[in-house]
Design a protein around this ligand. Structure first.
Ligand code: C5P
Length: 245
């Protein structure tokens, strides 16, 4: 079963999707990390931002792996560097590049064929997995999302200003929604969940309910029971390795 979670920056997708996947015993795919890894590699190698072909060619050469919640780029742990503001500020050169998107979506679909997965991003329910059994669209107000991002950056040792983060986020929202390929739009069959006044645990419980209901509709009683049991007692061993290249 594929569960897609799409939504704007700061809606809590990564945190929620990770917890949901652990509860269900599903694999978790953070597709934003893939765009971030491509951006980090291009910046480090000095590929000019306007060189769309250079960015696409580089993306195809990279090996991006997910191992025990860490992101490895050609074997190096880049979990923290890919979240730096410098990477976020340049991410559009990867995200707006149709060839980069085509390549990364193909990789995402390959991973999806390996079995149950919760995948989060902007285009998972629309472009990468239009036939996913369960689609969620996670939202929150721009101010709440910016507050979360500020907290996140502070924990990483940065000193961001709220106004700057909010302005950058609104710009990113506009870009994400307006891009010609893979824009951020809610799939018609996605269920919207507004996380503004909800605690993380509440959101996860709500999503488990949605997934179980969807699974019930599609699988019948035995599959439903199995999923319900998995949701009650998550696997301890949720180590996973996803290899993309
Ligand atoms: O989710 P996160 O903020 O890490 O994503 C980084 C950026 O990657 C987003 O701002 C968005 O522009 C891009 N992205 C995308 N499609 C996805 C996931 C992320 O365009 N499926």
């Amino acid at each position: 079963m594929i569960v897609t979670i799409d939504g704007p920056a700061g809606a809590g997708k990564s945190t929620i999707a990770k917890l949901l996947a652990a509860k269900l015993g599903f694999r978790f795919l953070d597709t934003g990390a893939m765009y971030r890894a491509v951006t980090l590699a291009a910046l480090r190698r000095g590929v000019p931002c306007q060189d769309a072909t250079g960015w696409a060619e580089l993306a195809k050469q990279l090996e991006i792996r997910f191992l025990d919640q860490r992101v490895l780029l050609d074997g190096e742990d880049v979990t923290d560097p890919i979240r730096a503001s410098q990477v976020t500020a340049h991410i559009r050169y990867a995200a707006d590049n149709p060839q980069v998107r085509e390549h990364l979506v193909k990789l995402q679909q390959e991973i999806g064929r390996r079995g149950d997965m919760v995948t989060e991003g902007r285009d998972q329910g629309t472009v990468a997995f239009p036939h996913a059994e369960c689609k969620i669209f996670l939202t929150a107000s721009p101010e709440e999302r910016a507050r979360r991002r500020v907290r996140d950056l502070q924990q990483r040792g940065e000193r961001p200003s709220f106004d700057e983060v909010l302005a950058q986020q609104m710009q990113r929202d506009r870009r994400d929604s307006c891009r010609a390929v893979g824009p951020l739009v809610q799939a018609p069959d996605a269920i919207e969940v507004d996380t503004d006044s909800m605690a993380i645990d509440e959101v996860v419980e709500r999503l488990v309910e949605i997934v179980v209901t969807r699974r019930h509709a599609g699988l019948g009683e035995p599959g439903y029971k199995k999923l319900q049991e998995a949701a009650v007692s998550p696997r301890d061993d949720d180590a996973q390795e996803l290899c993309l290249h």
